[in-house]
Design a binder for this molecule. Structure first.
Ligand SMILES: [Fe+2]
Length: 306
């Protein structure tokens, strides 16, 4: 498995828990990035609403989130703002990773619950870990809706994750929120680096203050970026793996058929919901990236080894 971090101690902690919290940028950089959020806001195209997605029962997103902005140029601008100012810190911590998606996330008062989820998969997670750098620009607390995670849940669930792919934890979200999360209170300028496959959540901002954070998604520089695409009008039992680039995410739009990609392959997909007991059992088992291959040639290889 390819390393995420340059520092071996961080690597061990990350592989065990699925996240680490580290000092990241200076107070001055925090203030500059905060200012740039408000300065760039006039070029926002407004956000895609739940009704506009064309997806039935899609939840209204109650927080400001760059990724669903209607203006690709605004998304590009935010990407440039964030990647330019994060470069020194990310290069100093990560082992040759490249940014693919950059977001500002603002929760206004009494809004901004982010449902329990895993981030989409952004590369082949059997060969590497993709990460999100979550960097609050104000001190992030339980009261203002800080990030919460299920420690050790990375690579245990939902290997195939994309916008239309059903989620195996969907039926037990309430139980997980009630019993399995821990909040990660984080000071402005620190960041949490999380495995994109970790199960996470964040609650409503209960304060009257600004609650602004940055998310930068990074993948290993040498790895192609993958996007799992299910077209349920064709089949709910298969998923296409698309090779995509940064531009794909600028132009991404939930109701638009993807374009500008190379299809890697189509894989069979079988949806199965799991219960809370299985959820807990799997937390204590190795992740899907350590599973032994079970094909014919893999078996022969094992036999020969013995
Ligand atoms: Fe997330």
């Amino acid at each position: 498995m390819r390393n995420v971090f340059l520092n071996p101690e961080l690597e061990v902690k990350f592989q065990k828990d699925g996240y680490v919290r580290v000092p990241f940028i200076s107070k001055e950089e925090v203030e500059e990035l905060k200012q740039l959020f408000f300065d760039s806001l006039p070029s926002s195209g407004g956000q895609i609403t739940a009704g506009e997605t064309g997806v039935q029962n899609s939840n209204a997103i109650t927080y400001d989130f760059t990724f669903i902005d209607k203006n690709p140029d605004y998304k590009r601008k935010v990407f440039d703002i964030i990647t330019k100012r994060f470069k020194v810190a990310t290069d100093a911590i990560l082992d040759n990773y490249k940014p693919i998606i950059a977001n500002y996330i603002r929760k206004q008062t009494e809004t901004g619950e982010v449902p329990l989820h895993q981030n989409w998969a952004f590369a082949n997670e059997r060969k590497c870990s993709t990460i999100s750098i979550w960097c609050p620009l104000v001190d992030s607390t339980v009261e203002n809706g800080t990030l919460q995670v299920v420690p050790g849940s990375h690579k245990r669930f939902g290997e195939v994750r994309g916008p239309m792919v059903p989620w195996e934890l969907d039926a037990i979200k309430k139980e997980i929120i009630e019993r399995h999360l821990i909040p990660l209170e984080t000071t402005a300028g620190e960041c949490v680096i999380l495995d994109d496959s970790i199960v996470h959540y964040s609650a409503v901002n209960k304060t009257n203050d600004l609650r602004l954070a940055i998310q930068l998604i990074c993948i290993p520089a040498e790895m192609p970026s993958w996007h799992y695409n299910m077209d349920s009008s064709v089949s709910s039992n298969e998923v296409n793996i698309l090779e995509v680039d940064v531009d794909f995410y600028f132009e991404f739009n939930p109701w638009k058929k993807p374009e500008n990609f190379r299809k890697v392959k189509t894989i069979p997909y079988l949806h199965r919901a799991i219960n809370e007991q299985e959820f807990m059992d799997r937390l204590n088992r190795p992740g899907f990236d350590t599973e032994k291959k079970t094909g014919f040639f893999a078996k022969i290889k094992e036999l020969l080894k013995d």
